[in-house]
Design a protein. Sequence first.
Length: 580
Amino acid sequence: MLRVSVAISLCTLVFWIAGCGLEEPGTFDPNLLQSPYRAGAQNDQTEPLRPLPTGREPAYPSDVTAAEAATQPAPTTGPSLGSESTITLSLQDIIHRAIVNNHDIRAAGYQPAIDAARVVEAEAHFDPELFSDVDWEHKHEPDAGELFTDPITQALIRSNFTASDTMTTDIGIKQTTPSGTQLQLDDKDSFNYNYPRLYTLDPFFENQLTLQVTQPLLKDFGVEVNEARTVIARDNQKISTLDFRKQIEDTLDKIEKAYWQLVQSQADVKYQEQLLDITQQTWNVLYQRFLNHVDVTDLELAQAQTSLELRRTTLIDAKQRARSFSDTLRQLMADPSLPVSKDILIIPADKPTTEPIEFNVQEQIDSALDNRLELTEQLDKIDIAAVTAKVAENNLLPELDFVGQVGSEGLGANEGDAIGRQAIFRDVDYGLGIKFDYFLGNREARAIWKRTLLARMQAIETYRGAIDQVTADVMTASRQITSAWEQMVSTRLARDQAQKALDAYQARQDSGVPLTPEFVNTKLDIQDRLASAEQEEDRATASYNIAIEQLEKAKGTLLRYNNVLLEENPNLFTGKDYLH
C-alpha cells in the first residue's frame, strides 16, 4: 500500500542507553526540570470574562438603526485560530520530532539496554575467577617443662613453651565451563618456623600446585542446562526490544489520530465561522426589515437570534477542540522548541487522502501474522518456558558429581628451592571421588517441573489467542476502511444537496418572498444541516485516514509505513550514543 504523502527518511532508531561508558547522573533536582515550564507560562494572562446576561433583553435596543446594529461589537467567540504563534508541520515532521524527543519512547528505550546488561551478567557466570588468600598465624603455647630432642644435635632441650609461625599464600584461578565442569588451579606457598626445632629443616618453605576437577554427571550436566540463564536473558532482551517497538507504535498511533483530528477540527472551525457569518447576515436582513416594518416580527428575530447564539457557542467549542489537539501533538512531540506551556498552534501541512485503496484481506492477514510484535514476543516467551522446563526436568535427577584432584609438592630451605622441587613433579598426590546427593521423594523438584510444563502450555495457548486477536484486528481495520469510505461518499452527497437547498432558499429570499416564521426557521435549519454535512464529511475523511493507519498497525507494519528503522547499535556497551 503506497502512502499519498511523501515520507521523509527518519534517523536510524536504536536503544537509547549506552553501556559502561555512561556517566553517573548528578543530583536529581525536580525543580530544575520544572523551571522551563514555570518560566514559559508565567507571562500568559487570560482575558477577563464578560458577565452573564441578567434578563431577556434583545440583542440590540429597538432605537438602534440597522446600520448601527451592523457595527455593534458581537459577543466574542474567543481568539481566532492563528492569533497566537503558529507553526506549520507535516505529519512526518511531527513523527520525526517525537521519535527523537518523546519521553515515553526515551524511557522505554532504556529497557533493552538494561536487559542487554543482564545478558552479559549471565554470560559472565562462565568467566574465570582469580582468587588469592594470605594468612599468618603465630602460636605460643605454655607447657609444664616438656623435653624435646633436637633433630640435628640429638640433644635434649627442656622448654616451658612451644612456639610456631606459619605464613601461607594461596593464589589461583577457577572457572565453571558451560558444560558444568568446575575447574580450579591453585598454588599454595607456606613458611613454617617452630621453636623448639621440630624438624631437621626448620624453618622451611613448602610449595604445592593443585588441580581440582568437579564434573556433574546427572544434575547440572550439559551446556543446555548451564547456559539456560543466558538463553533466557537473551529472550528477555528480545522481548524488551519488542516492547520498545510497541511504545513507538503506540506513540505514532496517537500522533496520527491527533493529527487527522486536528485537520478535521480546524476545518470545523472554518465551517462554523462561515455558518456564523451567514447567520449574522440573515439576522441583519431580518433586523433591517423589522425596523422598516416590512414582514418581520419579534418571532422571526428571536428565531434568528437563537440560532446565532447557538452557532457562536458551537464555534467556541470547535476552536477549543482544535487547540486541544494541537496541544496533544506538542505533548507527544516533547520538542523543547515547542513547549506545552507556550500558546503555540500547529497548522497541519498535509491534506487527508481521499483516494480509494484496494487490498486483499488475506494478504493483510498474512502480513500481520509475519510482522505483529505480539506474536514474536509470545514465541520468545514460549522459548523461555521451554528452557525453564528443560532445567526443571534436569533438576529431577540426583546429584552425582565426579571429583578428581592431582597435585605436586615441593619443600626447601627457601622459597626458590621449594618451587624448584615442586616443578619437577617428584612428589605427586592425586585422588578420585564420587559425590551423591538425592532428596527422598524429590517432591519440590517434581512440583517445579510440573509448574514449568503448565507454564509452557499456558504460553502456547496465549499464542493461539494472540493469532485470533491479530486476525480480528486486521478484519476490523479493513472493515473500518470500507465503512469510512462509504461514509465519505454519503456525507459528500449530503453536503452537496444541503448546499443546493440553501442556494434555492437564498434565491427565493432574494426574489422577495415574505420572510414568514416558517421560511426563516426552514432556512436556519438548512444552514445547520449544511454545516453538519460539512462536519460529517470531514469527520469521515479523518476516519478514513485513521483507518488506513489502523490497518498498518494491525499488520505490524506501522514503523515501516512511516519510514522508521529500528535496529540494534553495534556499539552497544561502548559508551557511544545510540541515536544516529
